[in-house]
Ligand binder design. Sequence first.
Ligand SMILES: [Zn+2]
Length: 145
Amino acid sequence: MHRRLLWPTHTFHHSIEELWWLSGSRTSLTHLLLFAVPQVFIADYVFRLSASETAIAFSVGIIVNIWIHTNLNVDLGRFEWLLITPNYHRVHHGAKGLSNMNLGFVLTIWDRMFGTYVDPRALETDFSLGVISTRKGLLRMFAGL
Ligand SMILES: [Zn+2]
């Protein structure tokens, strides 16, 4: 979603300038069609999950999405090496070229493996969030075009 072709579908999510618990649900219509809707079919047809198993899986995803977008300064101690915190994801929403960093959703290990890890403690706490230069209007971002 952070490459040229799919970035327009994700710009609306990154246009927020302040994180709060519902920020993760801010997504374009195109993004919903390309990613959220197919997840239902993958759960059903590929993994053969029952309706209740699918509901549990989606609930966990929603809870994680709320967790990483909260505006809380939480210290998980040793677990911060492994698990993504709101501060960790806040770096991902940083305006100055940070959106290609800290791409993980649950575990930090993927960013550590692929060189996209930025320690949130290494940055100033008041860096700005959002997309610096977008000439797109709100409706076009909402559509994901
Ligand atoms: Zn986000």
